[in-house]
Design a binder for this molecule. Structure first.
Ligand code: NAD
Ligand code: DAU
Length: 358
């Protein structure tokens, strides 16, 4: 039995692959383009593991994806591959359209070709699990209830619009061709191996480097935070018992304004790595120009996943953020390799090995 995972060298995909292989003997074929966000160093502990096959490539490369499907005959595909950073989508939306929309379309077509030819039993057991975001629902006013799966799509950024488009394609491939798909829409993740361009890792890394902690606008935008390993456990649950054609919202009921998040990070660092001069890291917080079109509030209603599939997160925000700060303190080399780009050289070497193993 084999899973094909796309984007498995990124933040969530790599956490998923590591957790999966820690608990299961089922093989993972990991297809990742290794953009700036893909980092094989995150998967270094899997070196020599015969259950992990890494392949560098694009989800939009139909010939490659078809060859992987034919060779490895996976029972499911989990699609994490995407351009994921809202700020980058504002500066340059092209890659987001290319990977998140066109790439997903090409992936769906490659998978449809493979799936159509499967014998009946394998055909009905097959799953295409598409990993998406709460941002497709747009922004909530303070008084509005959290996003349920029935909430209308109202994406506001090039990133969320591209993810919304991919969700619609996945839905249509089920409705029209019967492809056995399930979509998950998750809130903001945080945890180990998070690229330090996103809020929480950026604040930890900047604080430790004595740099300013840039909070956009008034810092009162609300996000709903989930520890990455809880997202991974939700995906495993959905893969196991999720209903075909359904979407499941994933979240931890942890709505917090950005400024509170930044203060929490500072407080934990004050405790775990106090500054020599005795001042708080909070003195480094500054307000900077707001993100254009900045969504004010996201909140996920995860009751469908909890009640239908019996999923519950293992971490509270307090336990998850403490683990996260501790992880960054314990892994300065991962951070500095990401920052210096040194891991790219490492990837060249590692990739030659990984390709040999594949
Ligand atoms: P990430 O940016 O850390 O990783 C994305 C990975 O996809 C990278 O390894 C990259 O190399 C790879 N990739 C990019 N384009 C590719 C292509 N064309 N072909 C193959 N691989 C490609 O992203 P992440 O934070 O791990 O997010 C993973 C998925 O989860 C995304 O689909 C994202 O939209 C979704 N999501 C993220 C969050 C979050 O808080 N980070 C929350 C909800 C949903
Ligand atoms: O909601 C799920 C989404 O969460 C995912 O789909 C995206 O892939 C993921 O990147 C994340 O998007 P956000 O835009 O919410 O995450 P980011 O970490 O970029 O920003 C979180 C909040 O913090 C947001 O309101 C912007 C703010 N922010 C961010 C940065 C990087 C700051 O105030 N300062 C910063 O320097």
């Amino acid at each position: 039995m084999t899973l094909l995972v796309t984007g498995g060298a990124g933040f969530i995909g790599a956490n998923f692959v590591l957790d999966w292989l820690a608990e299961s003997a089922e093989c993972v074929v990991n297809l990742d383009k290794l953009t700036y966000a893909g980092n094989l160093e995150t998967l270094a502990s899997l070196q020599g593991n015969p259950h992990h096959v890494f392949v560098q490539g694009d989800i939009g490369d139909a010939a490659l994806v078809t060859q992987l499907l034919q060779t490895h005959q996976p029972r499911a595909l989990i699609n994490f591959a995407a351009e994921s950073h809202v700020d980058r989508s504002i500066h340059g939306p092209g890659e987001f359209i290319e990977t998140n929309i066109v790439g997903t379309f090409r992936l769906l077509e490659s998978v449809r070709g493979y799936w159509s030819a499967l014998p009946l039993a394998e055909k009905s057991a097959f799953r295409f699990l598409h990993v998406s975001t709460d941002e497709v629902y747009g922004s909530l006013a303070q008084h509005e209830p959290a996003f349920a799966e029935t909430h209308r799509y109202e994406p506001n950024s090039p990133y969320s619009a591209s993810k919304a488009a991919s969700d619609h394609l996945v839905r249509a491939w089920h409705h029209t061709y019967g492809l056995p798909v399930i979509t998950t829409n998750c809130s903001n993740n945080y945890g180990p191996f998070h690229f330090p361009e996103k809020l929480i890792p950026l604040m930890i890394v900047n604080a430790l480097a004595g740099k300013s902690l840039p909070v956009y606008g008034d810092g009162m935008q609300i996000r709903d935070w989930l520890y990455v390993k809880d997202h991974c456990s939700a995906i495993r649950r959905v893969l196991q018992v999720g209903r075909l054609g359904e979407t499941y919202n994933v979240g931890g009921w942890n709505e917090k304004p950005n400024l509170e998040i930044v203060h929490t990070v500072c407080k934990l660092l004050d405790e775990m790595r106090p500054k020599a001069d005795g001042s708080s890291y909070a003195t480094q917080i500054i307000s900077v120009t707001d993100r254009p079109g900045h969504d004010r509030r996201y909140a996920i209603d995860a009751r469908k996943l909890e009640q239908e599939l019996g999923w519950k997160p293992a971490e509270t925000f307090d336990t998850g953020i403490r683990k996260t700060v501790a992880w960054y303190l314990a892994h300065p080399e991962w951070v500095s390799n990401v920052q210096s780009g040194a891991y790219r050289d490492w990837v060249q070497k590692q990739y030659a090995v990984a390709e040999g193993a594949a």
